[in-house]
Design a protein around this ligand. Structure first.
Ligand SMILES: Nc1ncnc2c1ncn2[C@@H]1O[C@H](COP(=O)(O)OP(=O)(O)O)[C@@H](O)[C@H]1O
Ligand SMILES: [Mg+2]
Length: 440
């Protein structure tokens, strides 16, 4: 047989090179799932005699199936050893055979005819019912047979995902791929995805990132409310300035300062790789320049050190250390301080009057990404930071900095702001005060 170069993205190579009972590929639109599986099957069926079943829940006619895709790909590669019958595809050299079936209602007999299948490809597997799976799985029982799934999750409880992918064993490969993992994803499609991301983030997450739709239930903050805040234009606020400071835990984490005045988040200032003293110095200069009414900083890790330095410099009145894991003010309703502060963000975003956030994709992802954990009592608990990190690939540092600005209510008094060990006015503490910024 002639040598043909097949182009299968690396992610999909296990389709050809490794044996698993279940190969489960899920994710959003244009991840390359269908093409990769079609290419892999066409290639495998040329190497030896195979019986391949391409199934889906509903197949009213062969037009609903992957028949046409297989035909197109075979023609693209110039495989002229395949013959395309009305209802099946055969390889005249290896005698491999592809059949196409719907699993849905009244098709039990249909499924039983699949005994002897080497590879069963379940396309659009999010629609396959528990009943269909219960008949299909034991039918595909030839030694070393494989069942492939391709799907975009529809709901958290999609039967195929729940049965096969949610708790995979050694014999199950689960891979998530999205359009940005597909090296062949056409530019036009990428543009559509980016547009969808801007227009309707919740929809984007489902269609393009393969997130199940039923998410309102366990995400604390809706992407919609965040997006709305990101397009607001509130130019000024008379509310007191509050700084939230989330301090890096590990080397590659960010240290983030969030500047908020009431309904207006003015900006985030992000630094990396700063040590305790550098963070303390930067905070000191921010206090000097912007005269916040309050700074809330995360006491975890090196936060305590930063706090001590600020305290020694005489800023104990305005700098307050916050322990994320500590007690909430309303500790019957919130598992800890962090849950309480995050819920304040939620309420802030959902209030009647408009609020404004910087237009920032990372912030959007963090705010709308953090999940609540189901607990028995009516008490809000957030997922562990480590869980978020596993899913998203980084800590929600910006969102945590924003959360810190809600640690306690801050009221502006009419008294002159006094800082320093001797409670001097800030203007007196810094002789070079003239350089202080008035950008806001
Ligand atoms: N091997 C490939 N060679 C060239 N283009 C590809 C290849 N795989 C995928 N593509 C491109 O990516 C698009 C999306 O792939 P597809 O398999 O339909 O994704 P999914 O099934 O995950 O939605 C295809 O329409 C095609 O343009
Ligand atoms: Mg597809």
């Amino acid at each position: 047989m002639e040598q043909v170069k097949i182009q299968i993205p690396k992610t999909y190579q296990p389709l050809l090179t490794k044996h698993y009972r279940y190969k489960f590929f899920h994710g959003g639109r244009a991840g390359g799932k269908s093409w990769a599986m079609a290419d892999a099957l066409l290639l495998l069926a040329r190497s030896k005699k195979m019986f391949i079943a391409c199934v889906r829940e509903v197949q009213n006619s062969i037009k609903d199936s992957v028949y046409k895709l297989l035909k197109d790909r075979a023609e693209f590669y110039g495989f002229n050893d395949y013959v395309f019958f009305d209802d099946r595809i055969e390889n005249i050299i290896t005698k491999s055979r592809f059949v196409f079936k719907g699993l849905g209602e009244h098709n039990a007999q249909n499924i039983k005819s699949l005994e002897g299948v080497d590879i069963c490809w379940c396309e659009e597997a999010q629609t396959i019912t528990t009943g269909s799976l219960q008949i299909l799985l034991p039918t595909i029982r030839k030694p070393n047979s494989e069942i492939w799934f391709s799907m975009n999750r529809k709901e958290v409880s999609d039967p195929a995902y729940k049965m096969i992918a949610s708790n995979p064993d050694d014999d199950t490969l689960v891979v998530k791929v999205n359009y940005y993992n597909n090296p062949f994803c056409p530019e036009e499609i990428k543009k559509m995805a980016e547009k969808s991301k801007r227009d309707n983030y919740d929809e984007y997450l489902h269609i393009w990132e393969g997130e199940p739709m039923q998410q309102g239930d366990y995400k604390l903050i809706s992407a919609k409310s965040v997006r709305e805040a990101m397009v607001q234009k509130i130019s000024e606020s008379n509310s007191p300035l509050v700084i939230g400071l989330d301090i890096a835990r590990a080397g590659n984490d960010k240290t983030v300062f969030c500047f908020r005045k009431g309904r207006l988040v003015i900006k985030f200032h992000v630094v990396r790789g700063y040590d305790t003293v550098q963070v303390a110095d930067l905070l000191t200069s921010f206090i000097k320049d912007y005269k916040p009414s309050k700074v809330f900083l995360d006491l975890g890790n090196s936060g305590a050190g930063v706090y001590d330095i600020l305290n020694a410099r005489g800023f104990a009145k305005i700098v307050k250390g916050i322990n994320f894991g500590g007690k909430a003010i309303q500790n019957d309703r919130y598992k800890n301080k962090r849950a309480e502060m995050w819920n304040s963000i939620k309420n802030w975003l959902e209030q009647e009057l408009p609020v404004q956030l910087p237009d920032d994709d990372e912030l959007l992802e963090e705010l709308s990404g953090v999940e609540r954990v189901r607990v028995a009592q009516d008490q809000l608990q957030l997922e562990d930071k480590e869980e978020f990190k596993k899913r998203i690939g980084r800590s929600p540092d910006k969102a945590d900095a924003l959360a810190l600005t809600f640690a306690e209510p801050v009221y502006e008094t009419n008294n002159a702001k006094l800082y320093g060990a001797g409670y001097t006015a800030i203007e007196d503490m810094f002789s070079d005060n003239k350089g202080s910024s008035s950008e806001w």
